[in-house]
Write a protein that binds this ligand. Structure first.
Ligand code: LHQ
Length: 258
C-alpha cells in the first residue's frame, strides 16, 4: 500500500497521507513521494486545486520517530534539507490553491506543513501540537516563520515551548486555521471549499498567493509595487475578461484557469 494516496476529482487533486498505523508520520520515502506528487500537480494543467488530508485518526504525527534510530537513518540536517524544507517551499510556491483538511491530530512537522497551506480547515476533533520541544528539538517545517504570524509572537512562543495540544476550536479562535466543521460533515464541507477554488480564476489566485508570500517580509511601499505588477498580470488573463463580461451580462462566469 502506498504511503500517499492520490486521485483527481473535478480538477481537484486529492492527496491523502496514508500510514494510518503510524498516525501518518513522515518517513524518508513518504517525504519524497509527497514532493513528487506536488510536482505532478504543478505539471498537470487540469489540476486547479490541491487538497491534502490524512487517512485514519490522524492528519500526521510529523517525523516518524522510529526511523531516526535505524542504522542508516538520515541525520537531522538531511531530514530538514531533503524532506521537509522542499515540501514547505513547494506548498508556498505552487501557483494553485492548496486546501489542507486536517482530519485529526497534526503534530510536529505534520502541524507545520498543514499550517503553511493556503486554506486550512479542521474537523472539530482534530488538534494541533508543536511537539518538538518534548523531544528536545526546535519547531521546523516553517513553523517558527508562519505560526507567530498567524497567532502572534506570545501565543506561538508559549505553544512552541510548552508543546500544548490545541483543540481545533481554539485553533480557529486564535486564527491558526480558517474554519472547523463537525466531524460528520467535515470531509464533504472541506471538499466543497476545494471544488469552489478549483472553479475560480486559478491565475488570479496564484497571484494572490504570491502577493501574500511577499507581504510577510515587504514594506508597504514594496508591497504596493508587488500589487501593481501582479494586478497587471491578473488583468491580462482570460478569466479576468470573462469575470467582467459575465458580471455585465448578468450570468455566472465560466473560468478556465487561464
Ligand atoms: C508514531 C508517531 C511518530 C512514529 C504516533 N512516529 N510513530 C525534524 C527534524 C528531524 C528529526 C525529527 O523530526 C523533525 C520534525 C518533527 O516532526 S519532530 C516531532 C515528531 N513528532 C512527535 O514528536 C509526535 C509524537 N507523537 C505523539 O506525541 C502522539 O502520538 C500524538 C500526540 C501525535 C498522538 O497521541 P495519541 O492519540 O495518544 O496516539 P499514540 O501516541 O498512541 O499513537 C498512535 C500510534 O501512532 C502509536 O503506534 P502503536 O503501534 O503504539 O499503536 C504511535 O507509536 C504511532 N505514532 N506518532 N511521530
Amino acid at each position: 500500500m502506498s504511503s500517499i494516496l492520490f486521485e483527481i476529482k473535478n480538477s481537484v487533486a486529492i492527496i491523502t497521507l496514508n500510514r494510518p498505523e503510524k498516525f501518518n508520520a513522515f518517513n524518508r520515502e513518504m517525504s519524497f513521494l509527497l514532493q513528487k506528487i506536488l510536482d505532478d500537480c504543478v505539471a498537470d494543467k487540469n489540476i486547479r486545486c490541491i487538497y491534502i488530508t490524512g487517512n485514519g485518526k490522524a492528519f500526521s504525527a510529523g517525523q516518524d520517530l522510529s526511523e531516526l534510530t535505524k542504522e542508516d537513518a538520515p541525520g537531522l540536517d538531511k531530514i530538514l534539507s531533503e524532506h521537509y524544507n522542499p515540501i514547505v517551499t513547494r506548498i508556498r510556491k505552487i501557483e494553485k490553491p492548496i486546501v489542507c483538511a486536517v482530519n485529526g491530530v497534526a503534530a510536529g512537522a505534520g502541524a507545520n506543513i498543514a499550517l503553511c497551506c493556503d486554506v486550512v480547515v479542521a474537523s472539530v476533533s482534530a488538534s494541533f501540537i508543536q511537539a518538538f520541544s518534548k523531544i528536545g528539538l526546535i519547531p521546523d517545517s516553517g513553523g517558527t516563520f508562519i505560526l507567530p504570524r498567524l497567532i502572534g509572537f506570545q501565543k506561538a512562543s508559549a505553544l512552541m515551548m510548552l508543546g500544548d495540544k490545541v483543540s481545533a476550536e481554539d485553533a480557529e479562535k486564535m486564527g491558526m486555521i480558517y474554519k472547523i466543521f463537525p466531524d460528520e460533515i467535515f470531509a464533504e464541507e472541506s471538499m466543497k471549499i476545494a471544488t469552489t477554488l478549483s472553479q475560480m480564476p486559478t491565475k488570479g489566485l496564484a497571484y494572490t498567493k504570491q502577493a501574500l508570500n511577499f507581504s510577510i517580509i515587504n514594506s508597504l511601499e514594496q508591497q504596493l509595487k508587488v500589487e501593481d505588477e501582479l494586478q497587471f498580470a491578473a488583468g491580462s488573463t482570460y478569466d479576468y475578461s470573462e469575470g467582467v463580461k459575465a458580471f455585465l451580462e448578468k450570468r455566472l462566469p465560466v473560468f478556465k484557469g487561464e
